[in-house]
Design a protein. Sequence first.
Length: 94
Amino acid sequence: MILDDLVAATKKRVAASNTTLPLTLLERVVRALPVSEPRLFENRLKQQGFHIIAHVKKASPSSGSMPLQFPYPPIALAHDRAGAHALSVLTAPD
């Protein structure tokens, strides 16, 4: 099954990445990143009205793979400017 293949590939990728960049170091790096205007998902969902979760991914079963250098940041910013309450960004290579 496709999902089983994705899970197996992800487990291999995570195991390999842990030898290159241990999780504890990655956590420290992420915590040190600058945060501008935090937007907590829960707070956005508590707002009145409809809530849109925009999805950004570089491939799909119907479209196939998209360019190797996929422009995640500009697409995410465009969704934000268009009023998305949250973003789902799929960056897995598989």
